[in-house]
Design a protein around this ligand. Sequence first.
Ligand SMILES: *Cc1c(COP(=O)(O)O)cnc(C)c1O
Length: 485
Amino acid sequence: MHKDNQPLIFELSTEGRIGYSLSDLDVPEVNLDELLPEGMKRTTEAELPEVSELDIMRHYTALSNRNHGVDSGFYPLGSCTMKYNPKINESTARYPGFANIHPLQDESTVQGAMELMYDLQEHLIEITGMDDVTLQPAAGAHGEWTALMMIRAFHEANGDHHRTKVIVPDSAHGTNPASATVAGFETITVKSDEHGLVDLEDLRRVAGDDTAALMLTNPNTLGLFEEHILEMASIIHGVGGKLYYDGANLNAVMSKARPGDMGFDCVHLNLHKTFTGPHGGGGPGSGPVGVKKDLIPFLPAPVLVKKGDSYTFDYDRPQAIGRVKPFYGNFGINVRAYTYIRSMGPDGLKAVTEYAVLNANYMMRRLEPYFDLPYNRHCKHEFVLSGRRQKKLGVRTLDMAKRLLDFGYHPPTIYFPLNVEEGMMIEPTETESKETLDAFCDALIQIAKETEENPEMVQNAPHTTVIGRLDETKAARKPVLRYTK
Ligand SMILES: *Cc1c(COP(=O)(O)O)cnc(C)c1O
């Protein structure tokens, strides 16, 4: 449903027009026709648009202006920590000494890059309270899987082959059960109690000598801090299982509490959330995993080590689970996270946590009179509202999310977590001003009023965007529509 006439790049095409000029060849010409095996040669010309350089610049600039990004507007997407990405991170990541090195270069020529990674590991060890960290995993879910493979290797090394079950609360992030399954475990779900916290009775019931691990998202996906962590730790350790901390959203606890001190054996972090790496669109991310001593032998090889004054990769790790990422993780994201940690300093990181939690609680209390609040207690970095009051008037949470687009906001995460009816999960982050938070609350309050006075306005939203309401099923089932002339 296009509301304007922005043409496709193919529609701009004019035969013979070109957008580039190459300098004269200064190496001998190669006849590709002779080099390529028969079966690999094109039989028809590639269908490419023929446009000038200016056409292509304007086309993509126009498209980029329609995108919603962290730099263009408020983005309160719960469980995603869409905070501002400081531009100083971009300049450091582009230093030629970082940006132009090759991963196969001799170690002696990349000592600076290795020092940065080593130092970053040291910072993350301090922040999480763990004994060692690997920077290899490329995303949060990848970190979860890496840690579970280590837990599995640990149990197997102890002859504990019957530990096949991973316990995951129903308030965990959706990637947790998925990672457990991919790592070859059976997932056992434990319920939340009426306060939105893990039900300890249920946990005691399912924990046993087949338990490999408990995966805990904390704060959980309701934005609530799990209060009975030490008890959970003693239940799981009591049956010989390992404790895994999903620390993707460390924004709410960083510099205040450490998973290592709570008794966790391993943790993953999302550098592309708390530590200001840009994300969305699939990466590149970084999901480092921190471990306690017991799990160190199983860290993915190679392990970055310091020998005297220099750094080297240690491949001699007989119990390692293997390599989980080519080379050593997504280096550029590590440079950004390192820059962030160093420029904030310990006091800055503590302030991040305090403001992230303050902002979320402020918004929750401003919105509470207009929406249902299923778990009415202090939240951490995010909170979950329910649109069930609006649903009775014929307006779904999806409609309200679409209506927010008319106000220029990216909608929050909706219909998650699954145990909240018509859920709306809002995470403001610490980087937004009170004015921005208020303006967003005003928009949601207006939508709640429209729902009572003029529900069609919300049901038919959005009204002002370039593209109207999308067919979500079609978008998922048929993501690419091939252009045909
Ligand atoms: C985002 C998130 C993940 C997954 O991280 P990816 O980088 O998207 O794989 C896992 N757990 C929690 C709590 C998260 O918020």
